[in-house]
Design a protein. Structure first.
Length: 480
């Protein structure tokens, strides 16, 4: 048979294998892996790696927080993702306290329907009332949104321990994963007040307001309470070794606790925030980039599988403009500067360059970190995150030797800067395919808005509770 398209002569890399073979694509799916496959069209991949398209399970796209909507739309985020070899994302439907989730979820679904890439949602829970837990969450999970995000910090969204327990119990009942932003709210508030009262207002004091200990404490607590309920969790955006150590201890005890880290923690440091005015503000994110040397410790944790996913935590705030980081003024104090850095397009090139090209990880681990593991943990595997017969034909054709200097223009996002400006990478995507369609070639993105598909996530084994309760008493079952 003749395939719709054959990607010819590349080196196919999955999370476990490396094969020199053609990829035959039919109806948007991988239909064959083999030699000399016949195709109506061919795409030459000689000298290139053929990787699964990146799966970025932590992206803030067109999200509204406190009345301000990210500048990155589903269309611009799709362009940026394709430019960097990523083909699927999971972003956030945000709950606003005091409002039913459906009032924000439905408009968010509408916005996402313009996407060019495939997508799913995490549902943030900031207000787990009876109505939300009993009436709304079952339908939301049933619709395929099989993960929640909760925040243990930030003024408008943090939940307390009792509320967190309630979310854990609901997730266990419904078969959903809970992802957790781990920083201690009160400790940060207390230190922030002290810093501002002491006249320490510059961007670098963002880091001082939330040292590693507040992230470690919240991580320890998030894990302990999840253990109490027997609910699997993922710790988001791990910035440092001492937090990874908490996760490693939980994993050694047999708990279902996974750790995600993000591109920025490998290449940015606290010194980046120590620049005048909004130049420092560009690098503000939470948890903040840490000291020099922390990146090597994170790579060691990656090699030991404590941290098994690298996401971008792509955040859609420019520096300038009414929605930008400087919306409270060019000299705003650190508390008033929006958190988060953009990184959707830069994720694969930076992780490849820092990881594979510099000899810290091998090719298969790279694929696991940026595609297979996120797809597995979020219930998208093997449709996404691998190259196998039956999988969606989402591919990144990768030149492992291409040297590129990262620039704002290459990111193809709606944001007005990249925190990675001027960084040199070795390894670059020369083409991206989404369900068999060439959506990026030599940096030129071409795809129809609305072609992206929502990825509903059915129940899956990985996030099934362990069945072990610390003392046998199941409080979560009584207090449903
Ligand atoms: O600073 C960050 N990470 N901003 C995005 C929101 C979040 O906490 O993930
Ligand atoms: Zn977070
Ligand atoms: Zn985030």
């Amino acid at each position: 048979m003749e395939y719709d398209l054959v990607v010819r002569g590349g080196r196919v890399v999955t999370g476990a294998e490396i094969m020199d073979c053609d990829v035959g694509i039919q109806g948007g799916r991988v239909a064959a892996l083999g030699a000399n496959l016949p195709g109506a069209r061919t795409l030459d991949a000689g000298g290139l790696l053929v990787l699964p398209g990146g799966v970025d399970t932590h992206c803030h796209i067109e999200q509204t927080d406190g009345g301000v909507t990210n500048e990155e739309t589903f269309v611009t985020a799709s362009e940026s993702a394709f430019a960097g070899g990523t083909t699927s994302v999971i972003c956030f439907s945000g709950q606003e306290r005091g409002r039913p989730i459906r009032e924000t979820l439905e408009p968010y679904r509408q916005a996402a329907s313009k996407a060019m890439l495939d997508y799913s949602f995490h549902q943030t829970i900031t207000d787990p009332t009876d109505a939300v837990v009993r009436d709304e969450l079952p339908a939301i999970v049933e619709s395929g949104i099989r993960s929640f995000k909760v925040f243990l910090t930030y003024d408008r969204v943090h939940i307390d321990d009792r509320q967190y327990l309630r979310v854990l119990a609901a997730a266990r009942r419904l078969g959903a994963l809970v992802t957790v932003h781990c920083e201690n709210y009160e400790a940060i508030r207390w230190r922030t007040e002290a810093l501002l009262a002491d006249g320490r207002t510059g961007a670098k004091y963002h880091g001082w307001s939330r040292p590693t200990i507040v992230e470690r404490e919240a991580t320890h607590r998030a894990i302990a309470l999840a253990e109490l309920v027997d609910q699997p969790i993922q710790i988001f955006h791990v910035s440092c070794d001492e937090v990874a150590e908490e996760i490693a201890r939980a994993q050694a005890r047999g708990l279902k606790v996974w750790g995600e880290t993000c591109t920025q923690y490998f290449v940015l440091t606290a010194d980046d925030m120590d620049r005048p005015g909004m130049e420092g503000g560009k690098y503000i994110c939470s948890p903040p980039p840490r000291g020099a040397g922390e990146n090597e410790k994170l790579w060691a944790r990656v090699r030991r599988d404590t941290l098994d996913i690298v996401s971008s935590d792509h955040s859609g705030h420019s520096v300038f403009g009414t929605r930008g980081k400087s919306r409270h003024g060019a000299d705003a104090n650190f508390r008033d500067i929006a958190n988060g850095v953009p990184g959707l397009a830069a994720r694969l090139p930076l992780v490849f360059s820092e990881g594979v090209s510099k000899g810290r990880i091998d090719l298969n681990r790279f694929v696991r970190l940026v595609a297979s593991n996120p797809a597995r943990l979020m219930g998208l595997y093997p449709r996404k995150g691998t190259i196998a017969v039956g999988s969606d034909a989402d591919l990144a054709l990768w030149d492992p030797d291409r040297k590129v200097t990262l620039t704002q223009a290459l990111m193809q996002h709606a944001i007005d800067y990249t925190p990675y400006e001027g960084m040199e990478v070795t390894g670059w995507p020369v083409a991206t395919l989404s369900r068999g369609e060439v959506v990026m070639r030599d940096g030129k993105v071409q795809a129809e808005p609305g072609r992206g598909r929502f990825l509903p996530r059915a129940p899956y084994d990985l996030i099934r509770p362990t069945g072990v309760l610390p003392d046998g008493f199941d409080a979560a079952a009584v207090l449903a």
